[in-house]
Write a protein that binds this ligand. Structure first.
Ligand SMILES: *Cc1c(COP(=O)(O)O)cnc(C)c1O
Length: 403
């Protein structure tokens, strides 16, 4: 493998990763976004900011999260050894808090009073509401009415954490309209408010700053893995929705001879509308203010997408992933709903770990890869825990078959 220097993938001054990324927004948003970029460049390098983020990660989030070896699962597969980076043990149960605490801290240093965001299934809303409560910031989460009806527990969590949940009542009343609604609200008061995006997506500087806040996952994992095994993993897998947990762990290994696999949701199969595999079936296009591989119709409108894991059903993907795909540094592969469900049951029964359905996609691909590789080690980013998915899985698949 050719050596790859991750310095190459920093966005350029315009926020581009190769041809992807950029700032495709209405004129009135350019100024507020530039303000965030400038403030971030200055604040994120200050010793106070770095020290406070380090303190929060250790004493509030519970970092570093461990790396676990899956002995029983590996023995059953009879191939490469499987290890997990345990982001399910991060406070609030997923990797999302890594960037929400970073965004909250940035808001505090910028003197903002309010954070605002959209949410689909509610996972990002809950993580941001958690950060807002910690920092004493007002929090406003825009959520489609359809999603509010489907996601009662997360709506309750956000309210308990003190957030205002704003129902979005126009269009299809789901994620896309929630983004439009939240951006419109942000524009009304960009002086006191900061927009906090939920993944490595959106206009520059969001893909960069979310990636930087998630990089801790990869840095920890590499060091822990070396410590534990004396070497590096032959492969790393991570699920890809917008791509934040995958970017986080990949960053730790970009310069190493480790194969990297981003696992996209193939849902019910390759038919349009039945999956959300943007890298595999998409073409370059523009969504939510940035350029990326996009599942789109002939007019450039995002196509409907689906996955059993609601955190993965996004028709676009972070611009840095698009660049890494074109460079050949990361391979983007897929897992079906059925494969993710199988991995969900296997990890639960064999390891005592109930994974998020999103993360189960990365486990599913690792299981396949382990059998192909026959030896060596695979590190999976276990992005979150599965408590939120129990009702869905049991209703649709029961309790699985005994091992
Ligand atoms: C939101 C979510 C994802 C998908 O988001 P990325 O930005 O692609 O990481 C994956 N896993 C879990 C547990 C999530 O909550």
């Amino acid at each position: 493998m050719t050596t790859f220097k991750k310095g190459n993938v920093l966005p350029d001054a315009g926020g581009y990763y190769g041809e992807y990324g950029g700032v495709y927004v209405p004129e009135c948003l350019i100024g507020p976004l530039q303000e965030v970029t400038d403030a971030y460049q200055r604040i994120s390098r200050s010793a106070d900011f770095i020290a406070e983020l380090r303190y929060i990660r250790k004493h509030f989030q519970g970092r570093p999260t461990p790396v676990s070896y899956c002995k029983r699962l590996s023995d059953q597969l009879g191939g490469a050894r499987i290890y997990l980076k345990r982001e399910d043990l991060n406070h609030s149960g997923a990797h999302k808090l890594n960037h929400c605490m970073g965004e909250g801290l940035l808001a505090k240093y910028m003197g903002k009073k309010r954070v605002i965001a959209e949410t689909g299934a509610g996972q990002h809303g809950v993580a941001l509401a958690t950060a807002a409560a910690y920092f004493g910031l007002e929090c406003e989460i825009h959520m489609g009415e359809v999603d509010i009806a489907k996601q009662a527990p997360n709506v309750a969590r956000m309210k308990l954490l003190g957030a205002k949940v704003v129902p979005v009542t126009f269009g299809l009343r789901t994620l896309k309209e929630a983004v439009d609604s939240a951006f419109a609200e942000y524009l009304k008061d960009p002086v006191n408010t900061i927009y906090c995006i939920g993944s490595v997506v959106g206009p520059h500087p969001f893909p960069m700053l979310v990636r930087d806040f998630q990089e801790v996952v990869g840095i920890e994992a590499r060091e822990q893995f070396l410590d534990m095994t004396g070497g590096l993993p032959e492969a790393v897998t991570a699920c890809v929705g917008g791509g934040s947990n995958a970017m986080g762990i990949f960053r730790g290994f970009l310069d190493d001879p480790t194969a990297l696999y981003g696992v996209e949701p193939l849902g019910k199969g390759p038919k349009t509308g039945d999956h959300a595999a943007s890298m595999t079936y998409g073409t370059p296009g523009i969504i939510h203010g940035f350029k990326c591989y996009l599942l789109q119709d002939k007019d450039g409108e995002p196509l409907p997408v689906y996955s059993c894991a609601s955190g993965l059903d996004y028709p676009g993907v972070g611009p840095e992933h698009c660049y890494l795909k074109d460079q050949g540094r990361v391979q983007y592969v897929t897992a079906l709903d059925t494969e993710a469900i199988d991995a969900f049951f296997k990890l639960s029964r064999l390891e005592g770990i109930i994974p998020a359905l999103e993360s189960a996609h990365a486990v599913a691909y690792a299981m396949k890869l382990a059998q192909e590789m026959k030896q060596g080690a695979i590190l999976v980013n276990l992005s979150g825990r599965g408590d939120k998915d129990l009702d869905y899985v049991i209703e649709n698949y029961g309790f699985g078959t005994p091992e």
